[in-house]
Structure formats: C-alpha cells, structure tokens
Design a protein around this ligand. Structure first.
Ligand code: ADP
Ligand code: MG
Length: 451
C-alpha cells in the first residue's frame, strides 16, 4: 500500500483524531452487529498503547443534519468499551464548549468519542469551517473508516487538509486486499455478483471484465441478463432499461475470453414472501405469474463446478432472496464452497452488507480471507475509482525500487536510509502532494480554533 499508516506516525502524547465507521445497526438501544466496531479495535488499541489521546468520530445512520436521539452513539461507545475494556465516554455533541473541555482534559491513553457527526449538515457538505474545528481538536488525523472513504465529507476529506493524515490499520488492510484483486490476482480469478439491481453493479462488472477469468451471475440482477438472452422471466425483479447494458457486458466478456455463468434453472415463487408456493423451473420461459427467487440445483452445481479450481474470488450480492430461508439455498451453497476454497488457500474476498450478512448467518465469516467492511466503498474501489478519503492520506515515499529499464542509475545507499527514516518519522516526510509542513498545519489548526 502506498499510503503512510498509523504505524508510521509519531503519536505518543499526541491528540489523534480517528475517523471510524461505526455506522452499525442498533435496535432497542443495543448494537445488533458489532463487526465494524471490532474491525477498528486494532487501530484504537495501537494508539492507546502508544500513549495517544484518542478522539473517535463517526456517523450513524441518516439524521440529515439534525439531532435524532435514536441515532446517538452511546450504545456504540458502550459496546466498544466492553470490547477494549476501557472507558469510552461519548460527548453530547461533536461541537461546543463542553466537548472542547472534555477533549482538553484527556490524558495519554484515554479515549473520547464525539457524538454523531451527521447531526451537523456541515459534515456531509464537507464544510471547511466544520472541518477546521474538528482539526483543531487534534495533532494527527487517522482514517480507519474504509466504509465511508468513497464520500468526500468534512471528517473524511476536509480535515485531512489541516492535519498530517494517516491510514488506520483497517483502512490499510482493506486497501491491500482490494488492490490485490485488481493488480495481482492469482488465477483463475472469479467474480460472483448477485443482489437486487444490476444498475448498482454495471460499473464494477465493466472494470472486472478486464481482470477476471470467470463471472458468475445470480440473484435479482441475473434476471436482466436472462432478458438480454431472450428468456422470459415472469414477474421477476429486473431492469428492462438495463438490458442493453447486459447485452454489451455479455459481448465484452466473450471478446475478453471471460466465461460467464448464468442460472440454468431457478426456484420460482408465487410471491416473494415466506410460506408461499414455490417450485423449480428451467430458466427459459418463466410463466407470467411467477418470481425468480433463488438458484435451482442445476445452477448451483454448474456454478460450484465452475468455481472448483479458482485461486481468487470476489463475491458481492446474494444469489437469491436469502432473507427467506427457503430461498437461501443458492447463497448458502456458494458461501460454503467459498469457505472451503479459502481453507485450501484460495483468496476469497466478500463485500456488500447483505452478502456479508448471509455469510455471517452461516458462521462462515471467519473462514473467508477478507470480509470488507465497506459495501459501497469496496464496489467503488473495484470500479477502479479513486476514493476521495484515500487520496487525501499521505503518500509513502516511493522506496528505492527495482527499475529494470533504467540501466544507468544504480541505487544510492543514501536512498535506502531516506526510505528507512521516512517510515520512522512520517510526520516530517511530506510528499510533494501534501503542501503544508507540520508547522503550517498546526498553525492552520490554531487559527481555525480561534474563531
Ligand atoms: P449487497 O448488500 O451484498 O451488496 P445487494 O444490496 O445488492 O447486496 O442485494 C441484496 C438484496 O438482493 C437482498 O435483499 C436480496 O433479497 C435481493 N435479491 C437477491 N436475489 C433476488 C431475486 N431473485 N429477486 C429479488 N431480490 C433478490
Ligand atoms: Mg445491500
């Protein structure tokens, strides 16, 4: 990874603003799924151990710039406190004198969590004044919120203009794992794409078509491909205005030598509900009153067979309406198979809220090589887009690396030294892209806090 990480930062005694993605489901005042909280623990623990003052900041849900009591971060603070066995007080507001005082009183190794950033409309607007106030709380900025890195908000982009900005350990892991898929996948490399809508996934399919050997399509989005192949699909979920895209994708796949596997038989149901009537049909001519809701047995076998020897897999999107147990068989079968592949050394990366939920429900999450904490962010990354929250992080100085083409210049011993010291004292090794020196940064932060 070409970004400096929290391990490169000098944080002892410093105030460190850590943007985390604690956007977790909450019901009855309790966190329902704490995986995103657990995923940030390594970064928080590293900072606490290094004697930093750790200021955590996150959004939760969509309060649209207003205070919404059910979206307060207190339950998240409590869960984190249990996980790391430390006090995690949550401020009543991300701004205000009370918060500033609480932050001033912090001692090395202590943690404070700011209240939901999105209670302020300035967060999502990437308002420079709001970003400056957040920056004024700290000496160092760490972004561990991979799931929010595709958004240019005050706490993900604006703040990084004003403080030396490092990747957290989760951010590092996500970027490393996802870049590996795009840059150096061990082959055969397969993408399995399912889920509801093909429109969400066209861009990622387009980019992956230049990388993968095999594309397995299922779920609601495969229906649009069935239409493109001239099949009838009854009342099934589909996007007729995307049939052209589907056709183009199939043509590109053929041109690129990418094998595409579509369902050959499907489970169809009278309604997309529990307890409804259902049966298996060939995916050719589905009668008008039926919905495709899952893969049939033949499709499962075909797909498992196609995936049998893959060395790298990316999976996004369930292959049926997995929320209803009778229609979760295809999704479950593929999940079990991928867990096996991972056991045998294949790299299996899964991204997407619902796909991850399906895997977690089967207790298979820990078997996979990497479960991405960012649905939208991981898709945008795999589309080949640059995530704004990643761009603003400090670049690692390119190491004195093999340049086979450059015959004349031999690496100087000095270069090695410079690289080594760069990793040690990162705050002093600004790349040309980062224009401000740490001193200027501090000054800017101070000016900001004065107003
Ligand atoms: P992810 O969150 O993993 O990215 P998506 O959000 O794209 O996945 O899609 C998940 C949704 O797709 C689930 O709610 C699931 O019920 C739905 N889905 C999958 N297959 C079908 C289908 N055949 N018909 C209707 N909905 C489907
Ligand atoms: Mg989803």
């Amino acid at each position: 990874m070409d970004k400096l990480t929290v391990r490169d930062a000098d944080v002892a005694g410093k105030r460190v603003f850590v943007r985390v993605d604690f956007n977790v489901p909450i019901a009855d005042g309790k966190v329902q799924d704490d995986s995103r909280i657990r995923a940030a623990v390594p970064t928080i623990a590293l900072l606490v151990q290094a004697g930093a003052r750790v200021i955590l900041a996150s959004h939760l849900g969509r309060p649209n710039g207003k205070v919404v009591d059910s979206l307060r971060l207190r339950p998240v603070g409590q869960r984190l406190a249990e996980l790391i066995r430390r006090n995690v007080p949550v401020t009543g507001d991300a701004l205000g004198v009370g918060t500033e005082d609480a932050l001033k009183r912090m001692r090395p190794g202590e943690i404070v969590m700011l209240e939901n950033l999105r209670f302020h409309p300035e967060e999502e607007a990437n308002d420079p004044g709001f970003a400056a106030t957040l920056a004024s709380y700290a000496d160092v900025y760490v972004n561990d919120a991979f799931g929010t890195a595709h958004r240019a908000h005050a706490s993900t982009v604006g703040i990084a203009d004003q403080l030396p900005a490092f990747a957290g350990l989760l951010m590092e892991r996500e970027l490393t794992m996802l870049s590996k898929l795009l840059e150096a996948p061990e082959r055969p490399f397969a993408a399995i794409l399912g889920g509801a809508k093909v429109s969400d996934k066209i861009a990622v399919i387009d980019n992956l078509l230049t990388k993968v050997d095999l594309l397995v399509l299922g779920g609601g989005m495969a229906n649009t491909f069935l239409l493109a192949k001239g099949k009838t699909i009854g009342k099934s979920l589909a996007e007729p205005d995307r049939v052209e895209d589907a056709r183009r994708i199939l043509a590109t796949a053929e041109k690129n030598g990418v094998r595409v596997v579509l369902p050959v038989d499907v489970i169809v149901a009278k309604e997309v509900t529990r307890g409804t009537e259902y049966k298996t049909l060939l995916a050719e001519k589905i009668p008008a009153s039926w919905h495709i809701v899952d893969l049939g047995k033949q499709s499962q076998e075909l797909m498992l067979d196609a995936l049998a020897d893959v060395k790298t897999v990316f999976w996004n999107g369930p292959l049926g309406v997995f929320e209803i147990p009778s229609f979760a068989h295809g999704t479950n079968a593929v999940a079990r198979m991928l867990a096996d592949r991972a056991d045998q050394g294949a790299t299996v990366v899964v991204g997407g809220g619902d796909s991850v939920a399906a895997i977690t429900r089967q207790g298979l999450a820990s078997k996979m090589t990497h479960i991405s904490t960012g649905g939208g962010a991981s898709l945008e990354f795999l589309e080949g887009r640059v995530l704004p929250g990643v761009t603003v992080l400090l670049d690692r100085e390119p190491a004195e690396q093999p340049k086979p083409a450059a015959t004349k210049s031999t690496p100087k011993p000095a270069a090695k030294k410079a690289a080594a010291s760069a990793t040690k004292k990162a705050t002093t090794t600004k790349t040309p892209a980062a224009t401000k020196t740490p001193a200027a940064t501090k000054a800017a932060a101070k000016t900001a806090s004065r107003k």
